[in-house]
Design a binder for this molecule. Structure first.
Ligand code: ATP
Ligand code: MG
Ligand code: MG
Length: 381
């Protein structure tokens, strides 16, 4: 039997382990905390990613390694890659860990981005604000997720507040200022590339964020063929340039048909959770197939799906389970503000049926705010 090592033991590792069971795979998860939720389904090595003793134990017990967590230190990923196969390669991880390197690569590949400037000092911030204009968004280059490590500036007057909030982090994680994009919608490409360079993408997903955290996804997104082709082309160029192996996501802003890339995630992605029930092969299964050198499965959608994230605490499961095409995912985490603790996916054969189901469930869970934008989109189409 093959043992797949996963660095990071969150819900992504947990869903990888669940998807790998029918393939006959074993897993070993490494995480810095003993109660990481993937540990409920897979044995664990608990320790710091920089601890060579832990890394050595992990390397000894697995056949290859992959990631649930994109911020594993690049040196630790390289240390492992010198000893066992690691997918995606540490270089791809390193690029995706740094918003400046990532956006610079996008530009080199002809993929549009919001305007951006690296910020090392308060004077840089003033100069960049003069160049980009307001509104703008100051972000840490490294370690941000779920909208953490970001400050939105409505005008130049917010520069002091932004610097007070994030300036102290400039020496350690770096900062970047981006123009604030007034997009019509957010889209993501979730795609997979195999060891032999075969590329497949799931249909585009439309995403809605609240307070910087993904709240809802709808797939397939209703977009023009030209937008779909541009998005998939960008994802493919990126994957080829990085010689990427595994699943990744490319987050895009759609501004009147012009696509601007926000970031890439070098791993399975929250906006691809709908693929578990809503596509022929889930992102989790295809990630495992890719890293193991197995044939990739079809990424075709089965009907239309909507995923709702449960942030902070789980709602009542019963209305979801009672809904036609409703699927419940509890990550086994304790509730905490802003934490992703589960999700639900609703799958239907057509958009009209999905809208009816979402309307009913949204009301039953008193989550109208979360489903309303999805319903509006379904009604437009
Ligand atoms: P995650 O990795 O969880 O997706 P993150 O912390 O890396 O999130 P981003 O994806 O950069 O953060 O930003 C979170 C959300 O904030 C975006 O999905 C988008 O809604 C909004 N946002 C980020 N950057 C911009 C921008 N330049 N213009 C407009 N909105 C933005
Ligand atoms: Mg991110
Ligand atoms: Mg993002």
């Amino acid at each position: 039997t093959t043992t797949v090592g996963i660095l990071g033991g969150g819900q992504l590792a947990r869903m990888l382990a669940l998807a790998g069971a029918p393939l006959g795979l074993r897993f070993l998860v490494m995480d810095s905390t003993a109660d990481a939720c993937a540990g409920q389904f897979a044995p664990m090595v608990v320790g710091d990613y920089r601890d060579e003793t832990c890394l050595a134990e992990f390397a000894r017990r697995v056949d290859l390694a992959t990631f649930d967590f994109e911020n594993v230190p690049a040196e630790s990923a390289q240390w492992l890659a010198d000893r066992i196969p690691v997918f995606p390669a540490p270089r791809a991880l390193a690029v995706a860990q740094d918003r400046l390197a990532e956006k610079t690569l996008f530009r080199e590949l002809g993929i549009g981005t919001p305007d951006f400037h690296a910020i090392a000092s308060r004077a840089d911030l003033d100069a960049a604000l003069d160049a980009i204009g307001a509104p703008a968004i100051l972000k840490t280059r490294r370690l941000g997720y779920d909208g953490k490590g970001q400050f939105r500036l409505r005008s130049h007057d917010d520069a002091d507040a932004a610097w007070n909030d994030l300036g102290a982090q400039a020496p350690s994680v770096g900062l970047i200022l981006e123009s604030f994009v007034r997009f019509q919608r957010e889209l993501s490409v979730v795609a997979v590339r195999s060891r032999s360079g075969e590329f497949r993408a799931w249909p585009l997903t439309q995403n809605w964020h609240r307070d910087g955290i993904l709240a809802a996804s709808l797939a397939p997104a209703r977009v023009d063929a030209a937008i779909e082709a541009a998005a998939l082309g960008a994802a493919r160029r990126l994957a080829d340039a990085l010689d990427y192996v595994g699943v990744f996501a490319l987050e895009l802003f759609d501004c009147d048909g012009e696509l601007l890339a926000n970031e890439m995630a070098p791993r399975v992605h929250n906006s691809g959770h709908w693929t578990i029930e809503g596509s022929e092969t889930s992102q989790f299964e295809n990630h495992l197939r890719a890293v193991l050198g197995l044939p990739l499965g079809s990424t075709a959608a089965r009907g239309v799906s909507c995923m709702l994230n449960w942030i902070g605490a789980l709602p009542d499961a019963l209305p979801v389970l009672a809904a036609t095409g409703g699927h419940w995912h509890d990550y086994g985490k304790s509730p905490r503000d802003g934490r992703k603790v589960g999700h639900a996916t609703f799958r239907a054969d057509d958009g009209g049926t999905l809208a009816t189901v979402l309307g009913t469930v949204g009301a039953a869970l008193q989550r109208e705010g979360q489903v309303t934008p999805v319903l509006a989109r379904l009604e437009e189409a």
